[in-house]
Write a protein that binds this ligand. Sequence first.
Ligand code: DAH
Length: 369
Amino acid sequence: MDPMSGPNTSYDPVAVAALEPAALEAAVAAAQAAFDGAGTLDALKAARLAHLDKGAVALARREIGALPPTAKAEAGKRVGDAMAAVRTAYEARETALQAEAAERILVQERVDVTMPVARRAVGARHPLELTQERLMDIFVGQGWEVAEGPEVESEWMNFDALNLGKDHPARQMQDTFFVDPPDGGLVLRTQTSPIQIRTMLTRTPPIYVVAPGKVFRTDDLDATHTPVFHQIELLAVDKGLTMAHLRGSIDHFVRAMFGDVRTRVRASYFPFTEPSMETDFECFVCLGGDPLVRSDCRTCGGSGWIELGGSGMVNRKVLTACGIDPDVYTGFAFGFGIERALQLRNGVSDMRDIVEGDVRFSAQFGMAV
Ligand code: DAH
């Protein structure tokens, strides 16, 4: 007899009781109940182990092999259906629990984008400092170096070395803040020109420096005056420098700052320059045009010209005081107020707006940092 078709001697009706339809139905129902009872994905995982991976239906499937060949097909189909029912029940519950978890996360992590928040203003630099930087950049871009000096300055640097003698009116008490004791020889610098002296004493020509800084004068604060203001000083010392170089530097500076306008110079006097001059530039608002339009111009007051500042060729006495031979080197210098540049360029009519530090004023100049 063919051994393959012989009777299955290991067939045991007790062991295969799990294959009975009623037993399978009960197993499917138990699995369904366990899945439905699982409240979380973790609990569902435990139920899956007990009822799908290792449960009664899985055991029954293993027992199919022990059935006589004639019973295998029918039992196999029954177990397969039961398995599919358990899997479907599992998957339905898994989908439901996953949806619940996703919903819970959405609720927990919800952000109300319409809720008002406490806004914190971002800081920005003061327009005066931005103006100072713009002015300096014009010269730094041409290779000039930045120089500095102290705000508490010796009288010698602030006056004597600049050829402002003891009887010069600028030294009088009404202009200068003297540092206690009054005969101690210290002042709050009244101009940035002492930086010229410090530079010439510590550097050797060729010298090309731009020196910004705070200066102090005993003025009351009003629309056009402030006791603390800022200047920029320029000093060039080299062989063969002439008024033409000075004029060219001023022209370039004015065009960079105020646009394509002409300049004119007038003779003037400063103790530390000889010859000295004042420079005016054409009003960049009315462009010095039609006299009728010009007469209403608030920037130049109707003259068509705006005063820039003082300048000149460095006085031989100043070069000598700094140990530089005036027969070998010549120099030029100029200086002007930064507040004034800001007022002119941006139409700020009241000096107090610049000084007082009200953010509503500064904010109009943007948020440059
Ligand atoms: N220091 C002068 C002032 O405060 C301004 C000035 C004039 C500076 C002529 C210069 C210059 O360098 O050459 O009024």
